[in-house]
Design a binder for this molecule. Structure first.
Ligand SMILES: Nc1ncnc2c1ncn2[C@@H]1O[C@H](COP(=O)(O)OP(=O)(O)OP(=O)(O)O)[C@@H](O)[C@H]1O
Ligand SMILES: C[C@H](N)[C@H](N)CCCCCC(=O)O
Ligand SMILES: [Mg+2]
Length: 227
């Protein structure tokens, strides 16, 4: 069983927090946002707590709370600090050993420092990753680039969670050419509430895919060259 899942995305603002809340709720799990950049308005931890109707103890404290809503490396510099990667190298324990959902900041190639990417941390952790991707035009490129980056670094990829209206050709193209699987698609919800979100997750994903399935091993050549 995968007790810890990393939620990454093809971009910032793609739906990682909303998907993480749905997953936390479905798993009865805990949530950790290691680096929060931007403190005005609800933080991602606060949003997950609300949308997952999670107990306070299941929202683990962020390791870094940075004021500026920017890339973490820059937000840290603005706060006059440098992110110490060592402090992020071990994943915190959860109350009662419940499953843990970890949400990154933005996408894979986002720097935590000027010499260290978020992807470097994921390669170190070797935890199964869910890639959250939009279904809108442009997603094939962003998704395949993200998948290739994960595969090149040997990071286990559980699959892709799509967000938005159905675009079956884009979704199939991404998972087929990327050598991974489609975990489901969360439609756009006009009203985001704990009830609407958990109903949408239950209707479109299988919780067992996140707890029982072995991550898809990164193939050495997911996209063979054309003859
Ligand atoms: N399925 C959905 N239905 C309706 N709104 C959504 C859905 N998914 C995401 N959103 C909205 O889209 C916006 C961006 O989503 P979200 O905050 O989850 O992105 P993110 O990838 O976590 O961004 P960040 O990189 O800042 O952490 C938010 O306003 C959120 O409420
Ligand atoms: C501030 C924002 N909400 C995210 N947490 C951080 C996004 C960093 C994106 C950096 C980039 O890819 O240009
Ligand atoms: Mg977020």
């Amino acid at each position: 069983m995968s007790a810890t899942i990393v939620v990454t995305g093809t971009d910032t603002g793609i739906g990682k927090t909303v998907f993480s809340a749905a997953l936390v709720s479905a798993l009865g799990g805990a949530y950790w946002k290691p680096v929060q950049a931007g403190l005005s308005g609800p933080t991602d931890s606060e949003t997950v707590r609300r949308l997952a109707a999670a107990d306070r103890e299941n929202i683990l404290p962020e390791t870094y709370r940075l004021k500026t809503p920017a890339s973490p490396h820059l937000a840290a510099e603005r706060d006059g600090i440098e992110i110490d990667v060592e402090t992020l190298s071990a994943v915190p324990a959860t109350p009662g050993g419940t499953p843990l959902v970890i949400e990154g900041a933005g996408g894979l190639m986002v720097p935590l420092r000027r010499d260290y990417l978020q992807l470097d941390l994921y390669a170190h952790w070797q935890l199964p990753v869910v890639l959250v991707a939009s279904t809108r035009l442009g997603t094939i490129n962003h998704s395949l680039l993200s998948i290739e980056a994960l595969q090149r670094r040997g990071v286990p990829l559980l699959g892709v969670a799509f967000i938005g209206d159905s675009m079956s050709d884009s979704e199939n193209t991404i998972v087929t050419m990327g050598g991974t699987r489609r975990l489901g698609r969360l439609p756009h919800l006009d009203e985001l509430s704990p009830a609407s979100l958990s109903a949408a997750f239950a209707a479109n994903f299988r919780t067992v895919d996140f707890i029982a399935a072995a991550p898809v091993a990164p193939p050495s050549s997911a996209h063979p060259s054309a003859p």
